[in-house]
Design a protein around this ligand. Structure first.
Ligand code: CAA
Length: 450
């Protein structure tokens, strides 16, 4: 079948948000008594983003949305659908989308909900949004898709060096200046497997590590086969291939699996060099993942942001393939074309600016942040956020999450009521007082490394 394009549907704008701190993987390796080369070369990771205690998944999601609206001058009143893809839900019932809806100032007519299927949730959200636009229900409005996650494994476990966190916000509409999604027969693979999971009673994930790699690779090959059978398109038709990247080496393994299949199919000549092909087609999208670590649903779209913002590689007009994998499992391969005008994204995703502004943590502070984050998840944990400007998670009071809104350095806002509703006016001052009177002097600004 065809590589006919869906008329005018895809990503119009893209922006990222990541935590303010990172841990160097060499530091983690030394603390764990492991050869640093295992993490840095064996897994391909340089640093991992570490959320501060006041950076929860809501803060990451709302931060990416605020950056998107700012960088592209988007009017929230023009958004008709918000879908958050995440596996880091903060509540068994209330979606992260509900918080983002208020924080971003979206209208009451904008539908908002979360989608969960491990790291695949964001791609499910993107396809829902694209169908909403293409199906004519949008009535001239745009869709907002946000991928946001915090990847956390037990301290000292094999998964620990693949932790990370981040969010990406995508504006989906009929003028896809960033990425136009192509129409092709679905290339999906779904199968129940127990490769990676997080029971409700745990705040860190469990994983059958090497089995999870096999599940991922099997799903990648299966999706690729379906795509190829449905379209007759082959490996050489793509300028770039982007893979869900729990750690950069995984993308290398996935590329090799598809490359070998393409060689068997005669799509690439027998003498072709898989390493050179990887460096050309995949590597340019992985530099940000090596800096941030796994951000689950956001990882694939951080790869996209990385490719778009690569300082030495130009991708305007390029044809790209995106492989999305969610453990458990559901996976999908999508073909798309990057827009012709790089002014639509260059310097607007926030990626370089965010990475440059990060502060390095010591291993000790990383452990402290983890503990404080776990403490904040409990009832009655309300406390002042760290001293910085911007949106912050302050803990819970009366079993409700409390956030300090973006423009403030002091006053937290009750998360359960709209900012200017009568109920908010009634409770916000009291909540402000409670946080300010927490009895704790503001901690000193962190030094480098903290
Ligand atoms: N110098 C250089 N390389 C070294 C080394 C050294 N001193 N020591 C080991 N290595 C290499 C190994 O050879 C290996 O490379 P290859 O796979 O190319 O052979 C690599 O470093 C890793 O070594 P191990 O396999 O021994 O590492 P491990 O068993 O301790 O852990 C892991 C690896 C299983 C991936 C673990 O990090 C993990 O469980 N990660 C989380 C699960 C995950 O990310 N799964 C991915 C698929 S599922 C998914 O994608 C969804 C998701 O987001 C989680």
């Amino acid at each position: 079948m065809s590589r006919e394009s869906l008329p005018d549907v895809g990503i119009e704008a893209l922006a990222a948000h990541i935590p303010r701190y990172y841990l160097d993987l060499g530091t983690l390796a030394r603390a764990n008594g492991v050869d640093p080369a295992k993490y840095q070369v064996g897994l391909g990771c340089r640093r991992m983003a570490v959320p501060a205690p006041d950076e929860d998944p809501v803060v990451l999601a709302a931060g990416a949305t605020a950056r998107l609206f700012d960088a592209y001058r988007i009017d929230p009143a023009n958004i008709g659908l918000l879908v958050v893809g995440t596996e880091s839900g903060v509540d068994g019932a209330k979606p992260i989308a509900a918080y983002v809806h208020r924080m971003a100032g979206l209208p009451a007519t904008c539908r908002a909900f979360d989608v969960q299927h491990a790291c695949y949730g964001s791609t499910a959200a993107l396809t829902i949004a694209a169908d909403w636009v293409a199906g004519g229900r949008s009535a001239g409005r745009k869709a907002l898709v946000v991928a946001a996650d915090i990847a956390r494994y037990d301290v000292g476990s094999p998964g620990e060096p693949t932790q990370g966190a981040g969010a990406v916000a995508l504006l989906v509409g009929p003028e896809p200046r960033v990425l136009r999604l192509e129409r092709h027969p679905e290339a999906v693979h779904a199968e129940e497997v127990m490769d990676f999971w997080r029971p409700h009673y745990r705040d860190s994930a469990l994983v059958d590590g090497h089995y999870s790699l096999e599940c991922y690779l099997h799903a990648a090959e299966s999706c690729w086969r379906r795509y190829r059978e449905g379209t007759r398109a082959g490996f050489p038709d793509f300028d770039f291939l982007l893979f869900h990247s729990p750690f950069p080496k995984m993308a290398r393994k996935a590329h090799r699996r598809l490359f070998d299949a393409a060689m068997r199919d005669g799509d690439v000549p027998a003498e072709a060099d898989p390493a050179a092909d990887f460096e050309r087609r995949v590597l340019p999208s992985l530099w940000a993942n090596a800096e941030i670590g796994n951000a689950y649903t956001a990882s694939l779209y951080l790869s996209l942001a990385g490719l778009l913002e690569h300082r030495a590689v130009r991708c305007a007009g390029a044809r790209i393939g995106l492989f999305s994998y969610g453990s458990g499992s559901c996976a999908e391969f999508l073909a798309a074309r990057v827009g012709d005008d790089e002014a639509a994204w260059r310097g607007r995703t926030g990626l370089h600016e965010l990475l440059d502004a990060r502060r390095e943590l010591t291993h000790r502070t990383y452990l402290r942040f983890r503990k404080e984050q776990a403490d904040l998840a409990h009832g009655g944990s309300l406390r002042p956020p760290l001293p910085h400007r911007g949106l912050a998670f302050c803990g819970t009071r009366d079993d409700r999450r409390v956030y300090r809104d973006a423009e403030s350095t002091a006053a937290p806002v009750a998360s359960d009521v709209g900012g200017d509703s009568p109920a908010a006016a009634a409770v916000a001052p009291r909540r402000t007082r409670r946080v300010r009177n927490g009895g704790q002097p503001a901690p000193a600004p962190p030094r480098r490394p903290c």
